[in-house]
Design a protein around this ligand. Structure first.
Ligand SMILES: Cc1cc2nc3c(=O)[nH]c(=O)nc-3n(C[C@H](O)[C@H](O)[C@H](O)COP(=O)(O)OP(=O)(O)OC[C@H]3O[C@@H](n4cnc5c(N)ncnc54)[C@H](O)[C@@H]3O)c2cc1C
Length: 190
């Protein structure tokens, strides 16, 4: 693949078979909100947490989801989140419209007395599935709601990033977008 074609590619969880990224914005936001997908199939109904619906490519890049043949998504539940007022979706893209995310960040942040009481964080444009940033979330909980802490958490999440030669810029872009988005949410709770 030429370097210019690598610009949109994955930096997390890619395989030799596939470096394509998940295309949607909504599923990234729903990953943050712990959405649950209801599925009707030949063997009956089942529910799947959205974070487990999409899969990384591995050696089967043709399978985007864990759905089996004949299964149909019939509903999506969004559990209530009483601090969801402090949430944001920030999308970085090359054009103002009709452009996929180079990097996107879906975040919800609950700050009490300058500390992070709870946080939800997911990234788009970086992997073959909406990337729930569990490592960063764990690093952030109970810590100070400040730039140094946000940056350390973002760097912990991105420690395993393996960019292509043509998209190494996505690593600092993702880090900075996480930090800026969390700072915005912290500042509105001062
Ligand atoms: C130029 C362009 C730019 C775009 N930019 C963006 C963007 O910036 N942000 C954004 O969010 N989206 C964007 N989109 C839309 C996005 O890329 C995808 O179209 C969207 O994520 C849906 O994916 P799809 O087209 O593969 O889905 P579909 O083709 O609709 O479906 C994919 C598969 O899912 C199956 N399927 C459909 N419904 C169900 C169901 N209920 N249960 C089970 N299986 C089902 C289908 O049978 C099919 O096999 C853009 C699209 C284009 C063409």
């Amino acid at each position: 693949m030429r370097e210019g074609h690598q610009r949109d590619g994955a930096i997390l969880g890619a395989s030799r078979a596939c470096v394509a990224v998940h295309p949607s914005d909504m599923a990234v936001a729903m990953a943050t909100l712990d959405a649950v997908v209801h599925v009707q199939g030949p063997d009956g109904e089942r529910t799947i947490p959205l974070t487990q619906l999409y899969r990384l490519p591995g050696s089967e890049p043709e399978r985007d989801t864990v759905l089996s043949r004949g299964e149909l998504i019939t509903a999506v539940d969004l559990p209530p989140l009483d601090w969801a007022a402090h949430s944001r979706y920030r999308k970085i893209r090359d054009r103002a419209s009709y452009a996929f995310a180079l990097v996107s960040v879906a975040a919800a942040l609950d700050v009490v007395d300058g500390s992070v009481r709870d946080v939800r964080l997911a990234l788009g444009g970086v992997a073959h599935k909406p990337w729930r940033a569990a490592t960063a979330e764990q690093a952030l909980r109970s810590g100070p709601a400040d730039a140094a802490s946000f940056r350390a958490a973002a760097e912990a999440e991105l420690a395993d990033a393996r960019p292509l030669p043509g998209n190494a810029f996505k690593v600092p872009l993702a880090r900075n977008t996480i930090v800026r988005t969390l700072l915005d949410l912290a500042e509105e709770q001062r």
